[in-house]
Design a protein around this ligand. Structure first.
Ligand code: UD1
Ligand code: CA
Length: 448
């Protein structure tokens, strides 16, 4: 059956004490909402609607970045979860299939759990959990094995508050039915809000069925404060590390490696201590990342070795068996098979051909203060230490640049290019100079 996701993300998150909308705070180097969205994406939904309110402009931009196919609808005033879902219904039009409501601030929900929910035969299915401390969660009132209603804490009797089966907020329902149910909601409750939770009693009143699917409490963990966000980060990292180890990745010091939501590491990848992954990193089987590297938006092929102390920035593409050594920064550059850039270099907006050696201290001068320019180096070239490649510039196959050269003009294949002052040698001058200086120092001592 076709599925539509509705992700609620309009709340301000007052307790974050932040100018940033809550769902844009980062977890695993991704905005918070991206986590629930990623779990929902596993169901291959036909439609994804994000309901934004507070900071809607920023949220819209972030959604476009994370998931260009998702649509954002605006909930101008936050009148409750039921009202939020109602805002999504016009965008869904006459969507035929199941709608799944998720919260943007609940990052640990698993795809398997959502699948179980989507497969439930009931008209309305709610994801519940047994709470260790039920606190202020909505309570699931089950009678005779069927879900009768959801009672919000504020509206609950003492007897209802004693129930420990709680509402996660995730709901699955036929999209057409959901539209009807939320259209009929009233806000005559303790909070004066349109509660999505009231759709259960409304469905039952119409003779329809309602059911509960349960999951571990951990999955329903919502983020409301910075302290909770920090704890969630620790939990996310712990899981990402365990998953990497399970998948055949070696982590020499797992606790010091930081993953992003979308980090992909192939089998037999080896990661040294203190490596940080920003978004968008893919590392193929058998590559080695030494200690203290920072990687983001890059692709590293089999057999490549990186670090220690290397920084790969967005658009760094390393072909097989490339070696990137210490204190090297690479941005938006393609390094062909077997390229070596061992020490203290910056390569930006460059293309380096196969088996070329980039000497220590080489810099691509890619920015003129206004525009970025490209550097293209051919295969089997040798770029001498401390070469400045002033882009736009091309160095041909098998060419060589002398150490310390400032290369401003193209170098043809097979040529040597020297762009530095000619060396001058003055025999005996150093000896004379030192004698003169020592004599002066002796005289000054006498005078004092
Ligand atoms: C909700 C449930 C409660 C459940 C709890 C689980 C209702 C009425 N209550 O309560 O049963 O136990 O979640 O965490 O649904 N949002 C909007 N627009 C709004 C209101 C909320 O987008 O007008 C979004 C929030 O940004 C948040 C989510 O919906 O992501 C939940 O809203 P929140 O106010 O936190 O609901 P709770 O009171 O916690
Ligand atoms: Ca909440």
């Amino acid at each position: 059956m076709a599925t539509a996701l509705i992700v609620l993300a309009a709340g301000q998150g007052t307790r974050m004490n932040s100018d940033l909308p809550k769902v844009l705070h980062r977890l695993g180097a991704a905005p918070l909402f991206a986590h629930a969205l990623a779990a929902g994406r596993a169901l291959e939904p036909a439609r994804v609607i994000v309901v934004a309110g507070h900071g809607a402009d920023q949220v819209t931009k972030a959604v476009a970045h994370v998931d260009p196919e998702a649509e954002v609808v605006l909930q101008e005033e936050q009148l409750g979860t039921g009202h939020a879902v109602a805002q999504a219904m016009p965008a869904l039009g006459g969507f035929e299939g199941r709608a799944l409501v998720l919260y943007g601030d609940t990052p640990f929900i698993r795809a398997e759990t959502l699948e179980a929910l989507a497969e439930s035969p009931a008209d309305v299915t709610v994801l519940g959990f047994e709470a260790a401390d039920p606190g202020r969660y909505g309570r699931l009132i089950v009678t005779g094995g069927a879900l009768e209603k959801i009672v919000e804490y504020k509206d609950a009797t003492d007897e209802e508050r004693a129930v420990t089966l709680c509402n996660s907020g995730v709901v699955a329902c036929d999209a057409g039915l959901l539209a009807e149910l939320v259209a009929g909601l009233k806000n005559d409750n303790a909070a004066g809000e349109y509660y999505l939770t009231d759709i259960v009693a409304a469905a039952r009143a119409r003779g329809l069925s309602a059911a509960v699917v349960t999951c571990p409490e951990e999955e329903t963990l919502g983020i409301n404060t910075r302290a909770e966000l920090a704890r969630a980060e620790a939990l996310f990292q712990a899981r990402a590390r365990a998953e990497a180890l399970d998948n055949g990745v070696s982590l020499q010091d797992p606790a010091s490696v930081w993953f992003a939501l979308d980090t992909y590491l192939g089998r037999d990848v080896v990661i040294g201590p203190h490596v940080v992954f920003g978004p968008g990193v893919t590392i193929e089987s058998g590559a080695v990342i030494e200690a203290f590297c920072h990687l983001e938006g890059c692709h590293i092929s089999r057999g490549a070795t990186v670090g220690p102390f290397a920084r790969l920035r967005p658009g760094a593409e390393l072909a097989e068996d490339v070696h990137v050594g210490n204190f090297v920064e690479i941005k938006n550059s393609l390094l062909g098979e077997g390229v070596k850039v061992g020490h203290l270099s910056y390569l930006g907006d460059a293309e380096i051909g196969e088996a070329t050696n980039i000497g220590a201290g080489t810099i691509t001068c890619n920015y003129d203060g206004v525009f970025k320019h490209r550097t293209v180096v051919g295969a089997n070239a040798f770029i001498g230490s401390d070469t400045m490649l002033v882009a736009p510039v091309r160095v041909g196959d098998g060419a060589l640049t002398g150490s310390g050269s400032v290369i401003t003009e193209d170098v043809p294949a097979g040529a040597v290019a020297l762009g530095r002052a000619k060396q001058v040698v003055k025999p005996g001058l150093a000896t004379k100079l030192f004698e003169m200086l020592r004599a002066r120092k002796a005289q000054m001592k006498k005078g004092s």
